[in-house]
Design a protein. Sequence first.
Length: 401
Amino acid sequence: MYTTSKMRIPLTTPHHGDGSLDGSWLLERFNDMAAEILMGIDGDEGILKKVSSVEFTEPVFVGDFIEATAEVIYWEEHTRKIAFAARKVAGSLSTTPPQSTAGARLPHAKAVCSAKAVYEVPKERRRLQEGPAPLVITAAPVGFQTTREDNPYLPLTPDEIAADVARCVVEGATVVHLHARDAAGNPTLSLDVFQETVRKIRERCDVIIQVSTEGDASMDVMTRCQPLQAGADIASLATGTVNRGDHIYFNSKPLTEHVAMLVKKANLVPCLEICDTGFVENVKLLAKKGLVTLPAHFQFVMGAKGGMGARRDVLELLIDTIPRGSSWSVAGVGRHQLPMAELAVRRGGHVRVGLADNVYLRKKEHAQGSAPLVAKVAEYARSIGRPVADVNAARRVLHLT
């Protein structure tokens, strides 16, 4: 549902006397990129029905290097709306005769054109009949660090957490990423507390439960892995060490291997938590030792201070790096949560939202629990034609069936 292309405008391309090109050249390239996307998702290049919002902001010349993107931004049964953008990243130093091969990379890319177009792919021409994959929304109602000072609506007790999870399920969540708190409201990995919380969640709603194995550097493996016996379906498994603000998320190679072994022994499916790009390579090492099975589900945590950035280029690198056939989800931290969630929805991935990672619904407005954040993502997904998964669909995506 997204593609990029880098191309040089050949010196032989028909052009005006000053070396500039007619805008139709870029629009033809956009159409080629649309064909690539549609062949991938429908098995047919489709029929161009309408072009809109065309804007040329900079002239392009023969010899220029152009970087273009195309992304599906809306789905209907037989039509797809695609947004295009092109930037000039390098240019020829001689566009008019006598031309030369001299050129230079621009210090900053310049936007040269944007457009939107609607393509129709009739049912009888669609060799691939699959629409966009249903979106799996994971709710993360309470994390390891968030406090009521950060958000007064943060649930802390098992009853409060279960009630918040039930509200999230009503809004479209099918998975809960679960942390727990003790009677004083402090993070705990106590098996008793996790078991009580899991039981109360299951009494209220049908949801896939993913327990966290996160801890600080002072905790031993068995302390961190107590929640594995709480009756969940999935367990988070981070595969490297990273800074998180003032907190060190410590996962040495021996510790990670031990946690992976315990997750496997507990017959839980791992959710591979990726806080930096090197974590993916560590997953592959675990797979070689038989500690995880690939393909798997990857959770990209993006935008945390000390971790990897919440940017499209980072996400594209991660998508290209994980093993083929794996599913993936994005958890944006802080102000990055909803923008990265929307990007993940458009890119065909899945989403984690909630007070564990972000306490605001919009600027300076606290989210009243995690349900409003789930609702916002579900509403966005439906607005662009992507269905929200039910529990059965989510189980298939997460390799639970």
